[in-house]
Ligand binder design. Structure first.
Ligand code: G
Ligand code: G
Ligand code: MN
Ligand code: NA
Length: 255
């Protein structure tokens, strides 16, 4: 309950900020974009982890205003990067919780916001969890159809840990699968994990879907994944989530 009051105040007092974790092309080493990750700084308690505040925000509905704040701020940041790095195409991945997809104006508001700030749908990807795809969530399904009709690319986050049926991959145009970091963690040491990753890569290739391997922490994992033909990756090996200044420096250094 205290966290709920804190969250509400934090939103109005401007204590949230966005961090940015690079998503890297594994063959060139260039960043292709960033995953946008909300951070909360409390003057008394210091940094509060999203693992704590996201569930509370979801239970209380605050995830909706917070989600719009994250998206508006990401738009502002992208406009700035486009000005600063004229020829570098960057894509921002925005996390979207199943609760947010219950808003009947969700897809519309995304479209309206982009129009207002003069950005295109292909400058973004929306990361949804497998549970958003469950067939018994009709409200979310309606928004997913609307999102695909405005042609904003969708990613499935933490792929392999949820319960979505594979047929849902045909139903909406899914642009990207993000392989959950639990598979990558043991990829060089466990044949079962590496076989699972190979199976996901083959499936994605057959369906013409991009793959991002999450949680790459070592050079061995990077090389292993590159040898399997995985195109994109993310993880502490490349970079932790960065504040906007450090993210700018990262782009400058690696492009
Ligand atoms: O930031 P960190 O890497 O600790 O993220 C922890 C979890 O919080 C992740 O599952 C991430 O998807 C989620 N998360 C971070 N920022 C946001 C956000 O802006 N919106 C939603 N819905 N989830 C977020
Ligand atoms: O669920 P989602 O994929 O959105 O979560 C992103 C979370 O993963 C963030 O909390 C981020 O800090 C964390 N993360 C990113 N890269 C790594 C990594 O290489 N190793 C580990 N253990 N966590 C990571
Ligand atoms: Mn994510
Ligand atoms: Na993930």
């Amino acid at each position: 309950l205290q966290l709920e009051t804190n969250l509400r105040q934090a939103l109005y007092q401007g204590h949230f900020c966005n961090y940015y974790q690079p998503i890297v092309n594994l063959s060139t080493g260039h960043p292709v974009g960033f995953e946008v990750l909300a951070r909360l700084h409390n003057p008394e308690q210091g940094w509060i982890s999203p693992e704590k505040f996201i569930p509370v925000a979801e239970e209380t509905g605050l995830i909706n205003p917070l989600g719009w704040w994250v998206f508006d701020e990401a738009c502002r940041q992208l406009k700035q990067w486009q000005k600063q790095f004229l020829d570098i195409p960057l894509v921002l991945n925005i996390n979207v919780s199943p609760i947010q997809l219950k808003q009947s104006n969700f897809a519309n508001r995304i479209r309206e916001t982009l129009k207002k700030v003069n950005l295109e749908v292909h400058h973004f990807k929306l990361e949804i969890t497998e549970s958003s795809l469950l067939e018994n969530f009709p409200v979310q399904t309606e928004q997913l159809f609307k999102l695909s009709s405005i042609q904003i690319p969708l990613c499935i986050d933490d792929f392999g840990t949820g319960f979505s049926s594979l047929s849902r991959l045909h139903e909406f145009p899914i642009a990207t699968l993000k392989i959950d970091r639990s598979f990558i963690h043991q990829i060089t040491t466990s044949p079962k994990h590496s076989s699972t990753v190979q199976m996901i890569l083959a499936l994605a290739k057959a369906l013409d879907i991009d793959v991002v391997a999450e949680g790459i922490e070592t050079m061995e994992q990077l090389e292993f994944l590159r040898d399997l033909g995985c195109e994109f990756g993310q993880g502490y090996f490349f970079s932790q989530p960065l504040d906007s200044g450090d993210a700018s420096a990262y782009i400058k250094r690696l492009y």
